[in-house]
Write a protein that binds this ligand. Structure first.
Ligand SMILES: [Zn+2]
Length: 350
């Protein structure tokens, strides 16, 4: 299937009351793992690349790998999404390359570390929306600041320091017209999210629920939402790794979010752990091996397994055949006519 926008996938997910996993990629094996999982579970899927991934893989390689995936999986609706764009130029270059969806993370300044002001965030995000929508490309914004650092991106800290304020979320949606909105509700990027199983004191699902009530047409996004399961940590450590014990976001909390407007769930750490555990196992058990396929194949299989699990848990499994693709040109018309407008003042009167 041609690449479609994340907006189309998320609109369909809202109709069907399920969530769509957005899995990060850096190389061919990760893309193959995701597509195999999507094929097996019949899932629509968002494949996303950070700035670090685009630099690592090189833009042209990455884009052509995604075209190959689309060609080989004609029945899977898939979007190619820029994760954490740090500036207008990063988002513009992604759109020029062929990404069908971009995140403008204006919650941080262009350095990707320093929290920005509310007005700065609105300004840069609105500029990206004004560039993207006439080209049919969807835009995710972020308000509030997540904890942790991943790929050199993040403010650090616990994730509770800059929680999203519901009033600001409504004003942000109104003044930017974003398709989807990432919220800071206590989650962090990376493996070290929580020091114990999270409860309501560190994971603020009530904030998310309050925002969904006021912004029913803006798709909500959970970042830093790997579950960091103990069995994946244990495999890494059993074969020589040194991970400190840590807790991610429990699946049941994500499922609660999905019942309250969460349509996109970002998962990266779980895939990284699955790959690393599988490679460590081969190295530890068969130190005589030196053909990269001997460890990349099990690594790819381990990632496929965790992605397929998440697809079942998020509810996107079984939905790949529900709809046909909407072209970017048609999406652009929808934005122009106001049909796709999510701004609370306009969308509620639809
Ligand atoms: Zn993120």
């Amino acid at each position: 299937m041609p690449l479609v926008t994340a907006r189309q996938l998320l609109d369909e997910a809202a109709k069907g009351s399920y969530g769509v996993g957005a899995f990060n990629v850096n190389d061919m094996e990760q893309i193959q793992a995701i597509m195999a999982a999507a094929e097996e579970t019949k899932s629509p899927v968002i494949v996303q690349a950070s700035r670090g991934a685009r630099a690592f893989a090189e833009d042209r390689y990455l884009y052509h790998l995604m075209l190959a995936a689309a060609e080989l999986h004609p029945n899977i609706p898939m979007a190619l999404h820029q994760d954490h764009g740090n500036s207008f130029d990063t988002c513009k270059s992604a759109i020029e390359l062929g990404f069908t969806s971009v995140m403008m993370d204006g919650s941080l300044k262009e350095d990707g570390k320093t929290p920005s002001t509310f007005e700065e965030n609105i300004e840069v995000t609105r500029r990206v929306v004004e560039y993207a929508h006439p080209r049919g490309v969807s835009v995710e914004g972020e308000i509030g600041v997540l904890g942790g650092v991943e790929d050199g991106h993040g403010a650090g800290g616990s994730g509770l320091e800059h929680l999203t304020d519901p009033d600001q979320a409504v004003e942000f949606a109104e003044r930017t017209g974003v398709d989807s909105l990432a919220l800071a509700i206590g989650t962090s990027h990376g493996a070290y999210k929580f020091t114990k199983k999270p409860d309501g004191s560190v994971l603020k699902m009530d904030v998310l629920i309050a925002i969904h009530k006021r912004l029913p047409h803006t798709h909500l996004v959970m970042h830093g939402s790997s579950s960091v399961p103990k069995d994946l940590q244990d495999i890494v450590n059993k074969y020589g790794g040194k991970l400190k014990q840590t807790w991610g976001v429990p699946i049941e909390e994500i499922q609660l979010g999905i019942r309250h407007g969460v349509r996109k769930i970002n998962v990266d750490t779980d895939c990284r752990l699955a790959i690393t555990g599988a490679i460590r196992k081969v190295f530890a058990e068969s130190p005589e091996k030196f053909d990269p396929r001997d460890y990349l194949k099990p690594a790819r299989e381990a990632m496929k397994k965790v992605v397929a699990e998440r697809m079942n848990e998020f509810g996107q499994a079984g939905h790949s055949g529900d709809y046909s693709p909407i072209s970017l040109a048609e999406m652009a018309k929808g934005y122009q006519s106001g049909k796709l407008d999510t701004r609370p003042s306009l969308a509620t009167s639809r």
